[in-house]
Design a protein around this ligand. Structure first.
Ligand code: ARG
Ligand code: ZN
Length: 868
């Protein structure tokens, strides 16, 4: 059932050109594919073509009609064609049923429009083909529609013919001059509103930019187009990369499995990552739209011009492109806040994945269902690995490597090794040790011990621990760059004699000797999250306070405050286990100290906002072995409440100051940063016992002139758990009931409610007229938010939360296996919970395993989970 990376073989044949003709109909679309095929392997007398859920009409080689069993044979996953011709033309005619396709993979019909999604292996649901990324063909696509309402018939590349609607039909023909693998094919047809713009490249070429949105949504499209233009010039300035077609199109659709897709010249987006205006989108939404637009645009070079040889190499394009979009976001907005948000993803999601049954290297070795490997490991850890290369080679060296990569591989389908080799050769570096990051799974832990060396020196010793996993019993030490600073007791920076403040571990252990006595040293470790590892160092609160006060960089301050919260939460958690009566008093004193350090800071508002944000419960799971999630939730809550009470006046002061004289909404740094501090203060205030807060929340909601403030108020109201929340939610629904993207926020808020009858509540919400199990955004908002973020509801001690999710997965798997598979993540991570929870979750996994006709997607995950 599974495929292994080491079994790669080049294709027996290649397809040089393909002429596709679609005769559209929601019930039955006819697809005619005429391909010119060349044999590569001269020994081969069989051509295998992938195909899934297709209804074959006829098949022809040159002019000869083929007969089943004599000339070809049907298999479960495609067909086998018997021929020894060196070159030939293959004509395949088949039909598909877009309206019945709820998997949203291949060609599907939703909201009165046709839309395709082919990565990774969706093209085989359109026609029989060599559906693999190392077969690059030139595509010509004719789209025929008999519906006059289909105002746009779109595909990749340039429009070369448009007949207009005449005699009951219309045909548009598109030609993409760049050879591409089938996963980059796209087709969109239907009625949209169109927003147009233009970009002139650095070499003076004019590019037409076109954005397609649902009717009536043009006003929400300009931010996406502005973001696109920024991304286009950023890539020119930073990597010398220019756009290569005359037209760039983006279509926003409501039904989409992922964020977006980089199809050549015709990106398809989840409307959540396109539509934004002040009224409907938060600052965070604006940020995400900009980032995803940039990500897909950057793929045009890192992904499309140079693509992957096979799907095990996915990180070649995804890790690199995520790194590039992160660099872009940092340049557009804030280096620090951008970095923190990505570090949080690593600690909350990637570390968990790497510690669970799905743990895999950024370049996996074995895959059953490729969709299961579009993961935080391949994407985000992959980006961290690229970031380490950037650190190691420096900005200029990294650029040299990128130039070399394109010089060598433009137009090719290549491997991760090819990428690292280009980096290596361009810089005369030896990256053989570094390459282990591509093959080893799991999160390295780096244990840091501090001890006296004589009377006046200190030794910091660093030891890497790479714990064996099921698929990798032997782990190797990795190349780990650790950015660090040390402070003495007065907060003065101690000279570490390290180049760029970075200690490079290129073996299992290393030591650093400092000329300052042990008692006086405070290290600030892994600054900027310089490597995707877990640091183990036993800080005291006073040490953390020294870093908060004296560190010259804001990241270090944030990290120290973050560590302080973790430390306090753990103490409360452990005390709750042992009923320690002193714990509360100790907490009060510690928070007092921490609060004083925070109050004394002179940092930018967005930095303060981050420092006032207590780490999420999810990021704490990796901190405590066999954690009881409910107890952890209460311990965290207690810390937040104490912090809130202690900083009450401080927060009120900031809140009132930042609430005065609001200017008309704009997504610009100063406003965004101020709003972020204001809403962070309000959220923290909501935890305090003061009664003054509820009216502030209601007032903010009433006066809000943008979505950030409205949602800020709503989230604060959710904390206070009074009637305010329910009445604001009703008002919100009345106002935004017909905006699908906005209503996702509403469903998510509902799902996170701490109502005791949350499961009955979820049933009711599923019956809401806006809800549909066929729409991935809705499923993620409601069921996803519940399972991922509603600690009290999901982890109910009778196991009813786990059962609820499992019941849902059984139904959803029949509708959309990809989404079901993503949604089962909370169950996959059972090994980090206390044994009571583990037993309950495993019972549900076993039940799921017994379901007949389970998808490959779920099967792969459950079978891994159950043998762990
Ligand atoms: N390449 C797309 C992106 O990262 C994501 C495609 C995801 N496809 C999938 N089957 N999961 O921009
Ligand atoms: Zn991508």
């Amino acid at each position: 059932l599974s495929k292994k990376r080491r079994d790669y073989t080049p294709p027996s044949h290649t397809i040089e050109t393909v002429d596709l003709r679609f005769e559209l109909s929601p019930q039955e679309t006819k697809v005619t594919a005429v391909s010119t095929i060349k044999r590569i392997d001269t020994q081969s007398s069989v051509l295998f073509l992938d195909g899934k859920d297709l209804c074959l009409q006829s098949i022809k080689i040159d002019d000869q009609i083929l007969t089943e069993n004599d000339d070809y044979k049907m298999l479960d996953n495609g067909l086998e064609l018997y021929t020894s011709l060196a070159t030939f033309t293959l004509t395949v005619v088949n039909t598909i049923k877009p309206i019945e396709n709820t998997s949203l993979e291949g060609l599907y019909y939703s909201n009165n429009a046709y839309c395709s999604q082919c990565e990774a292996e969706g093209f085989r649901k359109i026609t029989y083909f060599l559906d693999r990324p190392d077969v690059l063909a030139i595509f010509t696509v004719s789209i025929v529609s008999t519906a006059e309402a289909d105002t746009y018939l779109l595909s990749n590349g340039n429009l070369i013919t448009d007949t207009g609607f005449e005699n009951g039909e219309r045909t548009c023909v598109w030609e993409d001059p760049f050879p591409k693998p089938s996963y980059l094919f796209a087709l969109v047809a239907g009625h949209f509103d169109k927003l147009v713009d233009e970009f002139t490249t650095q070499s003076g070429k004019k590019i037409a930019l076109e954005l397609f949105v649902d009717e009536g949504r043009l006003g929400q499209g300009q931010h996406a187009l502005d973001s696109l233009k920024k991304a286009m010039s950023w890539d020119e300035q930073n990597y010398g990369l220019e756009y290569d077609l005359d037209i760039y199109m983006i279509v926003a659709v409501d039904f989409f499995n992922m964020g977006a897709m980089e199809n050549k010249g015709l990106n398809v987006f989840n409307s959540k990552f396109v539509l934004a205006d002040a009224h409907t989108a938060t600052d965070e939404d604006y940020f995400n739209v900009e980032a995803v637009i940039a990500h897909e645009y950057f793929h045009n070079w890192t992904g499309n011009r140079v693509t992957c040889r096979d799907w095990f190499q996915l990180s070649l394009k995804e890790g690199l492109t995520v790194f590039r979009d992160q660099q872009f976001s940092a340049d557009m907005y804030s280096d620090l806040v951008t970095r923190i948000s990505h570090v949080n993803v690593m600690r909350e999601n990637q570390f968990a994945e790497d510690a669970g049954p799905m743990s895999h290297p950024i370049r996996p070795d074995e895959v059953v269902e490729m969709s299961n490997f579009y993961t935080v490991t391949v994407y985000n850890k992959g980006a961290e690995v690229i970031r380490m290369l950037h650190t190691l080679l420096g900005k200029a060296g990294f650029r040299k490597g990128m130039d070399e990569y394109f010089a060598r591989h433009d137009g090719q389908a290549v491997t991760c090794d090819d990428f690292v080799n280009a980096m290596q050769d361009a810089n005369g570096a030896d990256l053989s040790h570094f390459k282990r990051w591509y093959s080893q799974s799991g999160t390295p832990r780096v244990r840091v011990e501090q001890a006296s060396t004589g009377d006046s020196q200190t030794t910091l010793s660093f030891t890497q621990i790479n714990t064996p996993t099921r698929t990798q019993a032997q782990k190797q030490d990795l190349y780990v760059p650790i950015k660090l600073e040390c402070f003495d007791k007065n907060g003065h920076k101690v000279d570490t004699r390290l180049k760029n403040d970075t200690l490079v571990m290129n073996s299992a252990s290393t030591a650093l000797v400092l000329d300052v006595p042990n008692e006086q040293i405070t290290p600030s470790l892994l600054q900027d999250f310089s490597a995707p590892v877990l640091i183990e160092y036993d800080y005291t609160l006073s040490q953390l306070l020294i870093i908060i006060e004296f560190a010259g960089n804001d990241y270090a301050k944030w990290e120290a405050s973050h560590n302080a919260y973790i430390m306090l939460i753990k103490e409360i958690y452990n005390a709750a286990n042992g009923a320690n009566n002193n714990a509360d008093m100790q907490l009060r004193q510690d928070i007092e100290k921490l609060a004083t350090a925070i109050k004394n800071l002179t940092v930018a508002p967005e930095v303060l906002a981050q420092i006032l944000s207590v780490p999420s419960a999810e990021s704490l799971y990796s901190q405590i072995e066999k954690v009881d999630p409910i107890m952890l939730y209460h311990a965290r809550h207690k810390v937040v409440v104490q912090l809130s009470n202690t900083l009450h006046h401080f927060c009120i002061r900031h809140y009132l100051r930042l609430s005065q004289n609001p200017r008309p909404y704009a997504y610009e740094k100063q406003q965004v940063n101020n709003r972020s501090l204001k809403n962070t203060c309000l959220h923290l205030l909501a935890h305090s016992s003061a009664e003054t807060v509820a009216p502030l929340i209601a007032l903010q909601y009433k006066n809000a002139h943008n979505m950030s403030d409205r949602l800020g108020a709503l989230k604060a109201a959710q904390v206070t758990q009074d009637d305010t929340f329910d009445s604001l939610m009703i008002a919100f629904e009345e106002q935004f009931g017909d905006d699908a993207v906005v209503m996702d926020k509403w469903f998510a808020m509902q799902a996170k409610s701490s109502k005791t009858d949350i499961l009955a509540h979820l049933d009711l919400l599923q019956a809401h007229q806006q809800y549909s199990i066929k729409n991935p955004n809705k499923v993620r908002s409601l069921i996803g938010s519940f399972a991922f973020y509603n600690t009290l509801g999901f982890h109910q001690i009778d196991g009813s939360g786990y059962k609820y999710l499992t019941d849902y997965l059984i139904t959803l798997d029949k509708v959309n296996p990809q989404i079901a598979s993503r949604l089962m993540t909370p169950l996959m991570q059972f090994s980090r919970y206390a044994s009571t929870n583990q037993v309950l979750i495993k019972a549900q996994l076993n039940r799921l395993y017994g379901v007949k006709g389970l998808s490959k997607d779920l099967f792969e995950k459950i079978s891994k989970a159950l043998i762990m």
